[in-house]
Design a protein. Structure first.
Length: 148
């Protein structure tokens, strides 16, 4: 499992998110982190089947994009779904080992948390649009992320 569950919402009472809300936040996190790190070829985000399109062969940046889904959940809900991130974490763990990381991803988790934290509002916006539309193409995600 990811190294830490740095909670941004400790102590807040919140209604449990629906599965759709959690997936929308998670996939939005992947899509936003991939763009913040300027990964080439980023595409859309989808609810069914849940996925976001970004390259996975760009070293640490791709690992950060994989972690972005769980980190978005932490920022939005205060925790991540341990079952839902299993595939992402297996992929990230393999890449961490290949790149010689020995800290179980803690450094990249901390970096990615710091990168995404200022964009928590953007995660909420992209997730809400994804939840309503069920899919967002790459151009739509780009427009939301780079709207300034």
């Amino acid at each position: 499992m990811p190294p830490g569950r740095t909670s941004a919402r400790a102590g807040l009472l919140m209604a449990a998110p629906t599965l759709t809300q959690r997936i929308a936040v998670h996939e939005s996190g992947h899509a936003i982190v991939a763009r913040l790190l300027s990964l080439p070829g980023c595409g859309g985000a989808f609810l069914a089947p849940p996925h976001a399109i970004f390259p996975t062969n760009h070293g640490a940046a791709s690992i950060c994009a994989l972690m972005g889904g769980a980190i978005a959940e932490v920022l939005h809900f205060g925790d991540y779904d341990r079952v839902g991130i299993t595939i992402d974490w297996k992929r990230a763990s393999r890449r961490l080992r290949r790149l010689g990381y020995t800290d179980n991803g803690q450094a990249l988790w901390t970096y990615t948390f710091g990168l995404l934290h200022p964009y928590a509002g953007l995660v909420k916006l992209v997730a809400a649009k994804l939840e309503r539309a069920r899919m967002l193409d790459g151009a739509t995600v780009d427009a939301l992320v780079f709207r300034g």
